[in-house]
Design a protein around this ligand. Structure first.
Ligand code: PXP
Length: 388
């Protein structure tokens, strides 16, 4: 086990130990030291202050400290490189000041601590500092591979069908809405064919399969009837969601960890037909790992609790959960989408997360479209994605 992580932090900020271990392992690999061990200790400001006071006679907390093991030139005899100690309280404050999510900033601290373990020291001289920062930059660039384009916007047109079904006639037609959304810049159309057919009808998805020019994403519960329809239809992808008859809208993420065998089979059937599968999950490490295990191509991170937050503090907390989950899923090799409850105020922050490929948005855009027209409503959301 090359990275030994001890988490003594019990404060309010969510930590994803698996993600930090992955990052530390990547750093070891980049340095050609994957056969060495590294100890990583996470704690709070008072504990960091105590260590700083005891070992460096500085009576204050700091962001990161490194303590090499043994002599600098004796790595071969000492497979344990040393300890990197990080204060999460200070890291979170600095992350916020730098406009970074906590886990992205922790990566920069990890790299900084690691380079210190190698014997570099920016406090020795300007030349040493230049050399150390250049090495850190090269490690960070190699580790933080990210999306280079803007986030994609996929439009959910279910609400257009809901309005039509309210009268049981033929308008408004979600097929027309999908075409307008594509012309306005959406790069995907999402439709949820529910078992009770409360909004989208079989006729809608059959026409959309022929008319959608970008990408048709069929959202569905994993029931046999809908699975057969999906296999026959051949959408560009499917998103599996939990579906309850009594709910107004999808209420939570799929419990992938609790039904791995079933989902594995469904995904295998879709894969045979070349239909990539996305799993709609809460921002939760266990669900991400399970999604990877069952063979999903994508996860869609549920942003509902973030969108429904009633205070800035709660919104920040939910945002950090999403940011860490997106990063963890991305690092594990999954492609990452996000959606639910996103609107013109809260979507920008999610769109700016560089590990997220696509946002799936419906209600807020249709609500605005009533007053501004659908074309305008989609364009405004495309702009939010573009400038995030
Ligand atoms: N993603 C999933 C999986 C959904 O179930 C929904 C709602 O249909 C959305 C995204 C879009 O949510 P909203 O309509 O709140 O934008």
């Amino acid at each position: 086990m090359p990275v030994l992580l001890t988490n003594n932090y019990s404060g309010p900020y969510h930590l994803c130990p698996a993600l930090l271990i992955t990052k530390a392992e990547k750093i070891l690999l980049l340095a050609g030291m994957e056969d060495h061990e590294l100890s990583l200790l996470l704690l709070d400001d008072p504990a960091m202050q105590e260590i700083n006071r005891q070992w460096r006679h500085k009576d204050k907390a700091t962001n990161v400290l490194s303590f090499p093991q043994g002599q600098d030139d004796a790595f071969d005899q000492h497979p344990m490189l040393g300890d990197i100690i990080i204060s999460i309280d200070t890291a979170q404050r600095e992350a916020q000041d730098n406009g970074l999510t906590l886990h992205r900033y922790l990566t920069t601290l990890l790299v900084h601590g690691f380079v210190h373990l190698l014997g570099y020291d920016h406090e020795r001289s300007d030349d040493d500092a230049d050399e150390m920062f250049a090495l850190e930059h090269s490690y960070l660039t190699a580790i933080e591979t990210r999306r280079t384009k803007m986030v994609n916007l996929a439009i959910n047109v279910d609400h257009v069908a809901t309005l039509r079904q309210a009268r049981g006639n033929t308008e408004p037609d979600p097929v027309t809405a999908a075409a307008i959304a594509e012309l306005a810049g959406a790069v995907g159309i999402v439709v949820h064919l529910r078992e009770d057919r409360r909004h989208m009808q079989d006729r809608d998805i059959e026409i959309l399969r022929k008319t959608v020019q970008t990408k048709l994403n069929l959202e569905m519960g994993a029931t046999e009837e809908i699975i057969k329809i999906a296999l026959n239809l051949g959408p560009d992808m499917v998103t599996l969601v939990p579906e309850k008859r009594a709910e107004l809208t999808t209420e939570g993420g799929l419990d992938v960890a609790g039904q791995k065998a079933k989902l594995k089979k469904v995904i295998a059937r879709m894969t045979k037909k070349n239909i990539p599968v996305s799993l709609f999950i809460d921002p939760d490490s266990a669900q991400i790992q399970a999604s990877k295990e069952v063979g999903a191509t994508f996860v869609e991170i549920h942003t509902g609790r973030y969108a429904d937050a009633t205070s800035e503090e709660e919104e920040d907390k939910e945002f950090l959960l999403i940011a860490a989950a997106a990063e963890e899923a991305y690092e594990s090799g999954l492609r990452v989408n996000a959606g639910h409850g996103l609107n013109y105020v809260n979507a920008g922050r999610i769109a700016a997360l560089p590990t997220i490929e696509e946002l799936s948005i419906g209600h807020a855009i249709m609500a605005r479209a009533i007053f501004t027209g659908l074309d305008q409503a989609v364009r405004e959301m495309v702009d939010i994605c573009r400038f995030a």
